[in-house]
Design a protein around this ligand. Sequence first.
Ligand code: FES
Length: 319
Amino acid sequence: MTEELLKVQVHKRQLQGDGVVVLDLIPVGGTTLPAFEAGAHVDIHIAPGLVRQYSLCSDPADNATYRLGVLKDPASRGGSTGVHDKLLEGAEVQISVPRNLFPLVTQARRSILIGGGIGITPMIAMAYALQAQGADFELHYCGRSRSRSAFLDELQSAAFADRVVTHFDDEPAEHKLDLDALLGQGQPGVHVYTCGPSGFMDWVIESASRKGYADDHIHREYFQVEVDSSGESFEVVAAKSGKSVQVAEGQTILEALGTLGIKIEVSCEQGVCGTCLCDVLEGEPDHRDVYLTDEEKEANDQILVCCSRAKSKKLVLDI
Ligand code: FES
């Protein structure tokens, strides 16, 4: 299946905070872009073989522009540096149509949005959407310091500015986020959304669980995950060709299949996007991704080969 791609142009580019580039993308050869839901992301095809996902942070009601913010990551494997270096004003680039793995729950009684650092991006789109619905919500933006943080001007001038609360590490203690007080006791209809560095998200998720929030009331979007390739070696069989290979400790299934000349389409290579999903015919996966739901993981009939491993000695994949 060939993915539908959109050609867009960088209409405006701004550097904000410490190392965040904010890009406004407009359609090439048209005036409107496909509608998107708050929480959605697009894949940016930065260079051949280099595709990365970034959340849309513009107002979902605006179908003329997609906005996104990209933090330059010193440990970048080419994604964020490629965006910073190549996507200058006027540059054209291909992107996927928006996909939403982080949707808002409609009809929530109250929504608590908690973004850490660049994890604020999907929250901004959510705030626009909730404001347009007249919904009850708060947006909490946590970061190291005001001067290093992007999007502050936009948040301060937005129609929902009075619902935005900032928490910066270098500001007086009374501005620190008191998560327990903010969350209160979990109640039906009160939903928490978080995105940010994984330690920050773990803190929010654990706090919400401890305060009695049901799992389906805690929503998360990982944008960076460390791939853990440790664990014993196992055999992977590619059923269609009958070829098999041993996946060594420290190696991914993807890499091992590559030695057989079997190529799987990938994007994030971190278990976030779902691009490398394969069906499992036999064996028990050791799921290490953040893409599949808990139920999907329990079914053990699919695996993300960029990061997950096997609990069984052998895994047979439908490839
Ligand atoms: S390539 Fe993104 S989950 Fe594997």
